[in-house]
Design a protein around this ligand. Structure first.
Ligand SMILES: [Zn+2]
Ligand SMILES: [Zn+2]
Length: 539
């Protein structure tokens, strides 16, 4: 019997899912393994014991097939299919291929044609000019692969959003007893540099463990105290192994940003970051503010614990997955005092939306749940669509009944600056509207920010006492940190919201708060750090 903790079991299932995916298995079984991995990661009880006592299927979503794999893993320490797939689909080449811009199929073909299966063998083949022996490889591809292999600093082809970057570096850091660094530690909305820093007098064993991690399929660079590994998705992760006396120095350097770190000049050696700042004669600067060379002393930034309620969540009334009561109980368990239910309105056609009658019916449900959960307070709210002419998608009488109205543009994000600004300003000036949600409407890696004139929006918000949101959905993060800073400099208040569509989505508050911190927000700059009694009236 092998002792495996839940994280190790989850890693194997996720690795199996990734390889099945590469091998072209049915998306259904890929998803089943991925979900089982996620579930096991968050199960408090030791899953290996459940498996041994034949009780694995008591876990939701674990069927007979997955149970058999789990039994094999717990009994033998490995999953035979996983090892077979590793040989067949060559994750090392797939990861490397994605890093250099070649799809999995093409890369595996290339590996077979050249008889190579590791990074080193591929590098040799490239240097020997053998790449063009492979069918379908022309001079342009050869040049691309060569350039990518020779590049001094690898970065992913697309920035990773927070929901991918932070768990990846966290998992690697915890396996190496290190700490996450790089862009994810600064809560960048898209991470290009992922790093982990570990402390050890002798770096050898740490680098060796890094090489063996299930997340790392290939090592593309290696020095004595530094290595760069790549995931099967082609994402490079840098490992820095620092000596104890220089740990703070190396953590600060690996956290970046490059522009910030170089503004500090030569870094003194120190065992922790506080020591580095002290030696430089500077106050400690939280990672979220280390983007540009600092202009001024860091303020006392808003913290997650300052947040008293979430002002933007959805329920099963529109496209959410949980009921009013389930969302409210979860919010109460997070320590909040209030929660605004803000389902969509009718004109957002892609998902179910509510009209005035629906909102009144929902109001009855909210009143009943409020009686049960008092003193916790559920607010009747809406995420009201801003129509093409700038009017709102609900009549004024119902808007006047609601506790909390926020408005957002959904259709027409690619409209002109004049158009989007006119629509947004009309909503800001509506007496019922308290906040503008996801003002730029961007979807990271998918749709660019819209053309709205934010300066004009901030000026109008200041006049009317309207807030702007920093939306915590990892593919939105809208407003982003630097725009939050512009808003608070203009005197506008921020709402830190999750836009949660499920109970788990409430955790996106950490993304929103981190983004507000990147925008230099104190608790006073954030509307929902206030109790509902003082928030109910517009300031
Ligand atoms: Zn929305
Ligand atoms: Zn929403």
């Amino acid at each position: 019997m092998v002792s495996l903790d839940n994280a190790a079991i989850a890693e194997r299932l996720e690795a199996l899912a990734a390889l099945l995916d590469l091998a072209g298995a049915s998306p259904y079984s890929v998803r089943a393994y991925r979900r089982a991995g996620e579930l096991i990661r968050t199960t408090p009880a030791p899953v290996a014991e459940l498996v041994r006592s034949g009780r694995a299927r008591e876990l939701q979503g674990i069927g007979g097939g997955i149970e058999a794999r789990l039994r094999e893993l717990v009994e033998t320490g490995q999953i035979a299919e996983l090892e077979e797939l590793r040989a067949e689909v060559q994750p090392e080449l797939v990861g490397l291929g994605r890093l250099v811009g070649l799809g999995p199929k093409r890369m595996v073909q290339l590996g077979r044609a050249l008889g190579v299966s590791t990074v080193d063998e591929l590098r040799e083949a490239v240097l020997a000019g053998r790449l063009r022996e492979a069918p379908g490889i022309g001079p342009a591809t050869e040049a691309k692969v060569r350039a990518a292999l020779e590049q001094p600093r690898h970065s992913p082809r697309r920035g990773l959003t927070l929901n991918r970057s932070r768990p990846l570096v966290a998992a690697i850091a915890s396996a190496l007893d290190g700490e996450p660094a790089g862009d994810p530690r600064r809560w960048c909305d898209t991470s290009h540099r992922l790093a982990v820093v570990a402390a050890a007098a002798d770096p050898g064993p740490v680098v060796a463990r890094f090489r063996q991690l299930p997340e790392i399929v290939a090592i593309v660079e290696e020095e004595e105290r530094r290595a760069v590994g790549v995931t099967v998705e082609g994402v490079p992760v840098e490992l820095v192994v620092a000596s104890a006396e220089r740990y703070g120095t190396e953590l600060l350097r690996a956290t970046g940003s490059g522009a910030y770190v170089s503004s500090l000049g030569e870094l003194p050696d120190a065992p922790d970051e506080q020591g580095v700042f002290r030696a430089l004669g500077l106050p400690y600067v939280p990672p979220e503010l280390r983007e540009e060379p600092l202009d001024g002393d860091p303020p006392a930034l808003v913290e997650r614990a300052d947040i008293r309620g979430d002002l933007h969540v959805h329920t099963t009334w529109s496209d959410g997955k949980a009921s009013v009561k389930e969302m409210a109980e979860a919010a109460r368990d997070l320590g909040y005092e209030y929660l605004a239910i803000c389902d969509h309105t009718r004109s957002v056609r892609v998902v179910p939306g509510l009209d005035a009658d629906d909102l009144r019916q929902q109001g009855e449900e909210i009143a009943a749940v409020n009686e049960e959960l008092a003193p916790f307070r559920i607010l009747r709210g809406t995420e009201c669509d801003i129509l093409a002419d700038g009017t709102l998608d609900l009549p004024d009488d119902i808007l006047g009944e609601l506790d909390w109205v926020q408005a957002s543009v959904h259709a027409g994000q690619r409209g002109s600056k004049a158009d989007l600004t006119r629509r947004t300003l009309a909503a800001v000036e509506h007496p019922a509207v308290r906040s503008i949600s996801h003002p730029q409407g961007r979807i990271i890696n998918h749709r660019p920010p819209n053309a709205v004139d934010l300066e004009a929006v901030y000026a109008a918000c200041l006049e009317t006492g309207t807030a702007v949101e920093t939306n915590g959905l990892p593919d939105r993060i809208d407003l982003s940190g630097s725009l939050v800073r512009d808003a608070i400099r203009a005197g506008v208040l921020i709402t830190c919201s999750t836009d949660a569509h499920s109970v788990r989505g409430l955790d996106n508050m950490q993304n929103s708060v981190a983004t507000a911190r990147r925008g230099w927000c104190t608790a006073a700059n954030v509307l929902n750090t206030r109790p509902w009694s003082s928030l109910a009236q517009r300031s």
